[in-house]
Design a protein around this ligand. Structure first.
Ligand code: FAD
Length: 458
């Protein structure tokens, strides 16, 4: 009798370039499962927007798998321990001989997977683990002494060297299976998200990638202008694995007709390598999952400034560019990268609010919430992280606003009470204009706050 294999889908909701699925289908009659651990996700502060995107993407994934004669069972439970029980019961009930999954790197996930492995092996069930989340397998990019890189630029250089020696091709979907689908368990866990902005699934991710590639050469110029749609907006799809980093890089290489030097010199490619870097930093420093600063000597000077935190969350700080950023996050589940840096530095350095408060709020709100990139981004901004910004780098909301939103178009869209202001005063309305429009006074004095931050952080 042919063996029955189980692919456990987690953060890899795609049929293409999915190493665990690919191998499971080669090794036997494959069945797929997804087990939503609702309370665990809450404990990890993941947003309802991300859960919504996952749910709808699962339905698309099921349709794609069913085309290949692979059933997808969707089940719900509370915590990671219950996921283990669910998989164990499924394996038992269905005579599964081998389980396949792609690794996730935060510590709770690693511990869960290690427990599952020993439980299943105790039942004589084989466990096969793969790495589908990074474009290059983890731990390949090390310095000459075999130690991990702590700084991005040499990491990227070494990454390119590894890639030159072993270029990759994304995997194709598995062949259509000869077994027919008997039944598939289903559960709903719908959540609120902007479906109009974030159509679900693998096919939506490819459409977005194709559209973005047609303008990738202007990315370098437009990526910092939030009023222009100059970036790929692929982060939600990368976060849930509806598309892989390898597929993105490979598509970019094809766009450059296979010219690797053009790939390596491309700015968008570099951003994808930042994603790899933060994942590797997390793998090398699992204690980051416990929200420890990467740099143990980092100054811990945070004030219990609840009032500033609330104003920041609501987009009512009185700094138009910061408020526009936070309102973009609250309304769409996504924030432009330039504004993530500004919003984070404003909260952390200018209001002296603990970066972990902001990190948590971002996770709770972002549709692309991703532990490694979010923690990396917050620790970069607060100068506590791997290759963090120097402590004296504090973005000025006013000059950043004038530079990256010169006509105030972005502010006008997100802070409609200021829409009639001219392009100079929209960045910093006068008291009179604030009173007239109902827009708040600034919650901090920029110059004084900057001076205080430099004294405390230096
Ligand atoms: P593009 O500019 O099109 O870039 C392509 C892809 O490269 C992105 O989708 C993303 O996967 C990756 N990428 C780009 N910039 C970075 C970066 N600085 N670090 C790591 N990967 C990057 N990104 C997340 O995916 N999830 C998060 O939770 C997250 N939190 C962040 C928090 C802070 C404080 C900061 C400063 C950055 C954070 N980022 C996060 C990184 C970055 O802001 C987003 O990846 C980017 O804005 C997503 O938009 P895009 O897909 O259009 O990016």
């Amino acid at each position: 009798m042919a063996s029955k294999t189980l692919i456990w889908f987690r953060q890899d909701l795609r049929v293409n370039d999915n190493p665990a699925l690919h191998q499971a289908a080669l090794d036997g009659e494959v069945v797929a499962i997804f087990v939503e651990a609702q309370k665990q996700r809450k404990q990890h502060h993941e947003s309802s927007a991300k859960v919504g995107l996952i749910y709808d993407s699962l339905l698309e994934l099921r349709a794609a798998l069913n085309e290949l004669n692979i059933p997808l069972h969707i089940q719900c439970c509370d915590y990671f321990d219950d996921q283990i029980e669910t998989i164990k019961a499924f394996v038992d009930d269905n005579g599964i001989s081998a389980v396949y999954f792609n690794n996730e790197y935060p510590i709770n996930e690693l511990e869960r997977d290690a427990t599952l492995k020993s439980v299943l092996e105790g039942m004589n069930v084989e466990v096969n683990r793969f790495d589908g989340d990074l474009a290059l397998e983890p731990n390949l990019v090390k310095n000459k002494q075999g130690d991990p890189y702590k700084v991005f630029t040499p990491y990227k250089k070494a990454w390119i060297n590894v890639h030159k020696q072993s270029p990759f091709e994304p995997l194709k979907p598995p062949e259509k299976q000869s077994y027919s689908i008997k039944e598939q368990a289903t559960e709903d866990f719908p959540a609120e998200y902007r479906e109009d902005l974030w159509p679900a699934g693998e096919s939506a991710a490819y459409e977005r990638l194709d559209k973005f590639l047609s303008k990738v050469e202007s990315y370098k110029k437009t990526r910092d202008i939030p009023s222009v749609s100059g970036t790929s907006c692929l982060s939600p799809y990368l976060a849930i694995g509806a598309i892989s980093a390898k597929q993105c890089m490979h598509a970019l290489l094809e766009y450059y007709d296979g010219d690797e030097e053009k790939l390596y010199g491309d700015t968008w490619f570099s951003e994808l390598v930042w994603r790899e870097f933060y994942r590797q930093v997390l793998i090398d420093n699992p204690e980051l999952t416990k929200h420890k600063p990467f740099n143990p000597d980092a100054a811990e000077v945070w004030a219990d400034n609840q009032e500033a935190f609330e104003a920041w969350k609501e987009g009512k700080t009185g700094f138009p560019i910061i408020d526009a950023a936070m309102r973009q996050l609250n309304q769409t589940g996504w924030m432009h990268n330039r504004l993530r840096m500004n919003a984070a530095m404003f909260l952390n350095k200018l209001c002296l609010v603990d970066w972990r408060w902001g990190e948590k709020y971002f996770m709770e709100s972002l549709i692309d919430g991703d532990f490694a990139s979010n923690n990396g981004g917050w620790q970069w901004c607060s100068s506590t992280g791997a290759d963090g910004a120097p402590y004296f780098r504090i973005m000025s909301p006013l000059s950043q606003s004038e530079r990256f939103d010169p006509d105030g178009d972005f502010i006008r869209k997100l802070v409609p009470e200021l829409k009639d202001l001219d392009k100079k005063s929209i960045h910093n309305p006068s008291s009179e204009q604030r009173e007239k429009t109902g827009y708040p006074e600034p919650i901090i004095n920029y110059k004084e706050s900057r001076k205080r931050a430099l004294e405390l952080l230096g």
